[in-house]
Each structure stands twice: as structure tokens, then as C-alpha cells.
Design a protein around this ligand. Structure first.
Ligand SMILES: O=P(O)(O)OC[C@H]1O[C@H](OP(=O)(O)O)[C@H](O)[C@@H]1O
Length: 314
């Protein structure tokens, strides 16, 4: 039996009530914790099977942000013991550790990313990334004045969440539609974005529109920093796999009335795109900042064995 929190968390992730790569990872760990706490499995094998089923349910919600399977892997790998009690205890310890690591990683990468920002800088943001905002927050705590041009980020307008957070920190915000980005790049000192996955060749998989922004920024000579804790490194890409780009429902792009007016047209709604490493100046992680082409070294160190699947059916 799956714990109700596993079902609601999976639904919330799929519906994007819970969104953002790091937030999804945390919610998945919380859901595994609920599963372990509430399990009434009476044998270790039954407990393990329940945990694997819960992990599969969570994993199959959205395909692109690798933080989700990386979180599930972290917890399931730490689950050990010969009795149900021991398995439960080790799982709860793992989920607690995972949350602590997540918080620490974001703080540490924020401090590193902040060093790239100077007092008086204007940044441009795309979508809403807690890793990217951690860099801004740390820069503000260092006493730097920062202004922001915030891209709306169609179709779901996560730019509004970014704007709200920045205003809470008293950062002056100019909101622009996505198509205005190039016009405003001349006023911008740094593009700061997050990532859902980083591939072994240093490609950055992030919200649709990131690659267009990066190409324009490079053309205008504006540096692009990607804030991504190591949980975003995609181990499967070490063995030649590519990252699946999520295609979402067309209703996010067109209302039913607009759809009816348009008649017979195809609508596609990819949620992410791939920015090649040559358009990225630095990937900022909690382990330091890296030129994208060198991220593979860190990826091997942390995920050397590639993408294991501890949730697989036995
Ligand atoms: O982990 P943090 O930095 O918070 O977010 C990382 C990325 O997750 C988001 O995806 P979505 O809105 O869930 O589709 C954006 O693409 C954002 O850059």
C-alpha cells in the first residue's frame, strides 16, 4: 500500500503544484519518509518492495529534472537492515541527511555564486530557480546592491515567483516578456539561471527559452552563470544517454477558447531545452565553480557508477 503522501506528492509534482528541481527532490524525499513511517509491512522484503514502488510512483511524474531520481537513489541506497525496524530507521536517517545536504549545498553554492556578482550589478533571470536565487541572496547579504530584469517565462510565468521573491528582498525588478530579453541585455551585467539537469559534456538542461537567452547573451557579451547544485548532475549521461525533455499539455499554451478559434493547428509545449556548453561561462555548484566542459570530472567523482536503478522491480 502506498502512503497517501506518496500519491499526493506525485500528483502535485506532475501538476507542478510542487515545482523546481530542488523542491521536487525535497518533496520526493519527504514522501519516501512518509512511506517508511507509515508502512505496515511485516517482512523486510515487503518493506523494500513498498519503498521501491513508492519511488517508481514518484519518479514517473516528470522526466527531466535529475534531482528527482538522484534524491530517490540517495535514500534507497542508504536503506539497510535485517528487520523492518532497522530498514525504517535507516530510511528516516537518510531522508533527514538528504534534506540537510540540500540546504547546505544551496547555501554553499550561493556564497560561491555571489562572488561573481558585483555591487551595482543588474542581473537577468529566466524562470524561477532557488539555486540561482541563493546566489542573489548571498550577494545581498554581502551588502551588494543588485537589480533584476526578470523574464516572464511563458507559458507558466514562473518569472512572477522570481519577481515576488526579489521584491521581498527589496531588489528593484523590471519584468519583461520573454521576447524583450535581447533588447534589455545591454543593461544587464550577468545572466543568472538554474538547471534541471547538467549533462556530462557540460550542456545545461533548463526551462525552455534558456538556450535562446544564452545565445543572445553571448552575442551581447553578457556572462551566463548557471547555478546548479551537484544533485543536478545527470549520471546517465556518463554512459551516452541523453536527457528526456518533458512535453507538457497544450492547454498550458492556449486556452480552450483560443484553441477553438485557431482550428486545426498542432501545438507543442516542450518544458525544457538544451544549452550547449559553449554558451555558458560557469556552472556554480556547492563544490566550486566549473567551466561547463570540466564538469564531467566532478560528475565521475560523485556518480562514477552511472545511473543505478534501486527502484527497479525485482
Ligand atoms: O532547483 P531550482 O534551482 O529551484 O530550479 C531549477 C529549475 O527548475 C525549474 O523547472 P520547473 O519550473 O519545475 O519546470 C526551472 O527550469 C528552474 O531553472
Amino acid at each position: 500500500m502506498l502512503a497517501p503522501e506518496v500519491e499526493t506528492t506525485a500528483d502535485d509534482i506532475a501538476e507542478m503544484e510542487v515545482r523546481g528541481a530542488a523542491t521536487i527532490a525535497r518533496a520526493a524525499a519527504d514522501a519516501l519518509e512518509a512511506q517508511a513511517s507509515e508502512s505496515d509491512a511485516d517482512t523486510p522484503a515487503a518493506f523494500r518492495e513498498e519503498m521501491r514502488t513508492a519511488a517508481r510512483r514518484l519518479k514517473n511524474t516528470r522526466p527531466t529534472a535529475v534531482s528527482l531520481p538522484n534524491a530517490l537513489r540517495y535514500v534507497l541506497k542508504e536503506m539497510e537492515g535485517r528487520s523492518v525496524d532497522d530498514l525504517r530507521t535507516s530510511t528516516l536517517q537518510a531522508t533527514g541527511e538528504f534534506r540537510d545536504q540540500l540546504d547546505r549545498a544551496q547555501d554553499d553554492l550561493g556564497a560561491i555564486g555571489a562572488n561573481r556578482l558585483r555591487d551595482g550589478d543588474t542581473i537577468m533571470t529566466h524562470c524561477h530557480s532557488t539555486d540561482a536565487l541563493a546566489c542573489v541572496e548571498a550577494a545581498l547579504e554581502d551588502g551588494k546592491d543588485i537589480e533584476a530584469v526578470v523574464k516572464e517565462t511563458r507559458p507558466r510565468k514562473q518569472g512572477h515567483i522570481t519577481a515576488e521573491q526579489l521584491r521581498e528582498w527589496d531588489v528593484p525588478v523590471t519584468m519583461v516578456v520573454d521576447n524583450a530579453a535581447r533588447r534589455y541585455l545591454d543593461d544587464v551585467d550577468h545572466v543568472v539561471v538554474g538547471a534541471d539537469s547538467i549533462a556530462a559534456d557540460g550542456s545545461v538542461i533548463n526551462k525552455i527559452g534558456t538556450s535562446l537567452l544564452a545565445v543572445s547573451a553571448r552575442e551581447r557579451g553578457v556572462p551566463i552563470m548557471v547555478a546548479a547544485q551537484t544533485l543536478k548532475l545527470h549520471p546517465d549521461t556518463l554512459t551516452g544517454h541523453t536527457v528526456e525533455i518533458e512535453m507538457r499539455d497544450e492547454t498550458e499554451v492556449l486556452s480552450d477558447a483560443e484553441r477553438a478559434d485557431l482550428g486545426d493547428v498542432d501545438v507543442e509545449n516542450p518544458a525544457f531545452d538544451v544549452t550547449p556548453p559553449r554558451y555558458v561561462d560557469a556552472i556554480v555548484t556547492e563544490r566550486g565553480q566549473f567551466p561547463p566542459e570540466s564538469i564531467v570530472t566532478l560528475m565521475r567523482e560523485l556518480y562514477g557508477e552511472g545511473g543505478t536503478e534501486p527502484w527497479a522491480e525485482e
